[in-house]
Design a protein around this ligand. Structure first.
Ligand SMILES: Cc1cc2nc3c(=O)[nH]c(=O)nc-3n(C[C@H](O)[C@H](O)[C@H](O)COP(=O)(O)O)c2cc1C
Length: 183
């Protein structure tokens, strides 16, 4: 395949989100045949199974963007040792109605940044559980639990020097994972 379209899901709505910044700087480390588009999750209603037969336009949009992508990239914050509710809400929406799971079969990478010392490790583990159920093959190694601290990004919004090599390797492995599943 000559071109890979990746849907990026950021698990934070915060204006100055470290995870959104991480997503933007991380994708700059990908090869040119990869393009990335963040899917919007901020305007989704709270998931209600009663609406399965009549999904909101924002839910239809999310599902069609996920379906159109070859692969997924989740960049998530950690809230109270799990994934933020906004991310779980988006995942639930695009998994339904039953039998119409838009995530299924899309290879994915999971990464996240937090100000805490464990750097989203528990949130990522919970996310892996959810994605396993949804039939999403997730890159196992390398894991990347990013500590959001001074110097993570440079002034131009690129990954800072201390983390560049580590995250370049992560991206290289992610790219290989996507190609292995899509080609
Ligand atoms: C409701 C809430 C719960 C949080 N729980 C955790 C946590 O369990 N682990 C952690 O490392 N940081 C936690 N934090 C701090 C986040 O790491 C921090 O707010 C971070 O900036 C969130 O990511 P973002 O910048 O992408 O929004 C929590 C923050 C909030 C608002």
């Amino acid at each position: 395949m000559s071109h890979y379209q990746i849907a990026v899901v950021v698990g934070s709505l915060r204006k100055d989100s470290f995870n959104r910044k991480l997503a933007y700087s991380l994708v700059k480390l990908a090869p040119p045949e990869f393009s990335f588009k963040q899917v919007q999750i901020s305007d989704l209603p709270l998931y209600n199974q009663d609406d399965d037969a009549n999904q909101a336009e924002s839910v239809k949009r999310l599902k069609s963007e996920v379906r159109a992508a070859h692969a997924l990239l989740f960049v998530t914050a950690e809230y109270n040792r799990s994934i933020p509710g906004v991310l779980k809400n988006a995942i639930d929406h695009a998994s339904r109605p039953y039998g119409q799971n838009a995530w299924a079969g899309k290879p994915a990478g999971v990464i996240g940044a937090s100000i805490g010392a464990v750097g989203t490790a528990l949130a990522q583990q919970h996310l892996r559980n959810v994605l396993a159920y949804l039939d999403v093959p997730v890159l196992g190694q390398p894991e990347a639990f990013i500590h959001a601290k001074e110097g993570l990004f440079d002034e131009a919004g690129n990954i800072g020097a201390d983390s560049k090599q580590f995250l370049q390797n992560w991206m290289d492995q992610y790219v290989a994972w996507v190609k292995k599943h899509v080609d």
